[in-house]
Design a protein around this ligand. Structure first.
Ligand code: ZN
Ligand code: ZN
Ligand code: ZN
Length: 302
């Protein structure tokens, strides 16, 4: 299978619209340093793709990476969906708001798989629809919401197996409810190859580490380098752990001895100093044999 990393940033992208920190200023000058919100597309033959997360940039990403209708395939309607299905990790905006893009034109009823509480949060019911449930009749005509239970294997494209499993990330309310939803990481299997996609991850706990054993690629949350990064750079007194992200500084150490083919970081916040080539952190990642993803990166697993 081939994985295209469509986007590699956290919620604000790089640059953020209201920021001129060193990383944002550099990205405004040099377009190669820009990052769109995290998302990947998986295909086996280049025809149809499985999309993981749909954030603010989904339309630009589909255009940029040519997941667009092909004149020869569209017939008289001029319409074609290159998306086989969508899997959502959790309810934060950078992973979900792009669904709004699909409420145009022809109805493809694209299956949208997500943790059951996320389907409720986004779509509601026929009688009491939530925002996406009513948005241009999105869930009535254009997408098909599917509640996906943890550990249930789904086969798409005839041969790709997708399994969601819960990971810590979103806020846990007193009632035990995850707000706005549970968070899944996804295990994506094709033949004897396995990719784990965890763009938002609050702990590298035993459950996650045991899933990683023997995986070929781990695409991992690198929102912040330091735990106190938001305070250091933006003067916001909240930590990486409080926001549900393992600081990359710790992940780099924790993952260096784990039995995984490749560790590839994604979901960068604009503040992460690893994005600044004049800082030493990118080199440190490289020295550990780990990688920094970029928008448009291709990962081939044959
Ligand atoms: Zn996120
Ligand atoms: Zn910035
Ligand atoms: Zn999140």
């Amino acid at each position: 299978m081939e994985i295209t990393v469509l986007g590699t940033a956290s919620i604000g992208g790089v640059p953020e619209w209201d920021c001129t920190c060193p990383n944002c200023a550099a990205a405004r000058m040099n377009h190669d340093l820009r990052r769109t919100r995290s998302s990947i597309a998986v295909t086996v033959d280049g025809d149809k793709h499985i999309l993981f997360d749909a954030g603010h940039d989904v339309k630009v990403q589909l255009e940029q990476h040519e997941l667009t209708p092909r004149p020869k395939a569209v017939g008289e309607t001029f319409r074609e969906s290159r998306l086989d299905s969508v899997f959502l990790t959790h309810g934060h905006a950078d992973h979900t708001v792009g669904l709004a893009e699909f409420c145009t034109g022809k109805s493809f009823e694209i299956p949208v798989y997500a943790p059951p509480d996320l389907i409720d949060f986004l779509f509601g019911t026929d009688d009491e629809p939530n925002y996406f449930g009513d948005l241009g009749r999105l869930s009535k005509n254009y997408v098909l919401p599917v509640k996906l239970n943890e550990d249930k294997a789904v086969i798409r494209l005839g041969e790709v197996e997708v399994i969601g499993f819960e990971v810590p990330h979103t806020q846990v309310m007193e009632s035990g409810r995850r707000y706005p939803s549970t968070t899944y990481a996804y295990e994506i299997n094709h033949k004897d190859k396995r990719l784990i996609y965890a763009p938002d991850l609050g702990q590298l706990n035993e459950k996650v580490l045991s899933r990683l054993k023997g995986a070929d690629v781990f695409l991992m949350d690198a929102t912040f380098w330091w735990d106190d990064e938001l305070n250091r750079v933006s003067g916001i007194p909240v930590t990486s752990y409080q926001l549900g992200h393992v600081p990359q500084e710790e992940a780099v150490e924790l993952l260096k001895d784990v039995d995984v083919g490749r560790v590839v970081y994604t979901h960068f916040n604009h503040t992460n100093p690893v994005l600044n080539p004049s800082e030493p952190y990118g080199e440190k990642v490289k020295e550990m044999g780990q990688e920094i993803a970029h928008d448009g990166m291709k990962i081939l697993l044959d």
